[in-house]
Write a protein that binds this ligand. Structure first.
Ligand SMILES: [Zn+2]
Length: 135
């Protein structure tokens, strides 16, 4: 699965941003995971823990934050939380979206103008939220 590739790119990104002595001062890295990112969290965390052992980041603590998805209507410009729409769905509908993400436009529409023409402007991907250091 792509969890390992994602974990490797997270580690590589940190090693690219930070250099030399700075790496030794890192105590914690907060990794943001977009709510819509299709990822097995457990496998991803395991992969990070495994890959970091062979890098200067081996003693760094990794914590994870789920970033809520934000949808934006292309018709009226309204922005709303993906979660607010999902809360109104039945369990079956939620399941359909989970397995076939493209069906999201069948079940969710803009709460203001009813348009199904919207995009996720936040909530995809995996990225470095924060790098905490000793000083
Ligand atoms: Zn709208």
């Amino acid at each position: 699965m792509h969890e390992w590739a994602l974990a490797k790119s997270v580690i590589d990104t940190i090693l690219n941003i930070e250099e030399g002595d700075d790496i030794a001062t890192i105590i914690e890295v907060v990794v943001g995971i977009g709510e819509l990112q299709d990822i097995a969290e457990d496998i991803f965390k395991e992969a990070v823990d495994d890959i970091k052992l062979n890098t200067p980041l081996k003693n760094v603590k990794f914590t994870y934050e789920i970033i809520p998805a934000v949808l934006k209507c292309n018709n009226c410009g309204h922005e709303w939380l993906y979660r607010d729409s999902v809360d109104k769905l039945t369990d079956e509908e939620k399941e359909n979206i989970h397995f076939i993400p493209e069906t999201v436009h069948i079940y969710i529409h803009c709460p203001v103008c009813n348009s199904v023409d919207f995009d996720a402007i936040k909530g995809r991907g995996v990225f470095i939220e924060e790098i905490r250091k000793t000083h």
